[in-house]
Design a protein around this ligand. Structure first.
Ligand code: ADE
Length: 223
């Protein structure tokens, strides 16, 4: 999968070059390009923002640099994503759907957002990562990429995906590693028993109890 990120703040994206996403890029499963929108500005000072018509607080990103940046990478199979608080909320199923795309283009709005005409021209898929407002689309772009990358084949193991929170509409059970006794806090006996059926039963129970206590809405949603 190829991911192009269009942003005024390319330095924000170092997280994508660490850990699992770094490995996915090194093995050729993912290619992530960071493209500086400012380099496309035709303004003599490379300006990319201006005051909103009609007044109001803050600055808006002007259409020309974004338009040209998109046009420089857009292909027939590209899907354009605009992270925005007014978008569709990110969910595991949306992330899974996006993981099947060949080419994603993320447009990171900043300040008060982008000129509406970019939305009218390109009809991007607007995605929100939650009901709160960030100072720009950079963090949400990373959240969306991180979430969808886990569903791209080869990025993490199938087993990890099957066991994690939300995979069965439940939150994940508690996990433990060595040592079996940490300052008197012991790992539950059943996990040391080697009895796989009992372990599976315990994990399922833990998962259901945790979901009921913390996120009963997930259980209700199932019915
Ligand atoms: N940009 C600013 N706030 C956002 C949010 N909640 N989700 C996605 N993009 C955003």
């Amino acid at each position: 999968m190829i991911i192009d990120i269009l942003t005024l703040f390319p330095e924000s994206f170092s997280y994508l070059n660490s850990s699992i996403l770094k490995r996915a890029q090194e093995s050729g499963i993912l290619t992530i390009n960071i493209i500086d929108i400012r380099t496309f500005s035709k303004d003599k000072h490379k300006k990319c923002d201006d005051y909103p018509f009609g007044g109001g607080a803050g600055m808006l990103m002007t259409p020309q640099p974004i338009y040209d940046a998109i046009k420089s990478v857009q292909k027939e199979n590209s899907k354009i994503i605009l992270p925005s608080p007014s978008g569709k909320t990110l969910s595991p199923s949306l992330a899974k759907e996006l993981s099947k795309e060949e080419h994603l283009i993320f447009v990171c709005g900043h300040y008060e957002g982008i000129d509406q005409r970019i939305i009218d021209i390109f009809s991007p898929l607007e995605i929100s990562i939650g009901d709160y407002v960030l100072t720009g689309g950079e963090l949400s772009t990373m959240v969306i990429i991180d979430t969808l990358s886990r569903f791209v084949e080869g990025v993490i193991s199938e087993e990890s995906l099957a066991e994690e929170s939300f995979s069965n509409d439940n939150l994940e059970y508690p996990q433990y590693t060595r040592p079996a006794d940490f300052m008197g806090y012991k790992v539950p006996e059943v996990l040391l028993s080697g009895n796989h059926a009992e372990i599976a039963k315990w994990r399922k129970q833990q998962s259901e109890q945790k979901t009921l206590a913390r996120r009963p809405d997930l259980i209700k949603g199932k019915k």
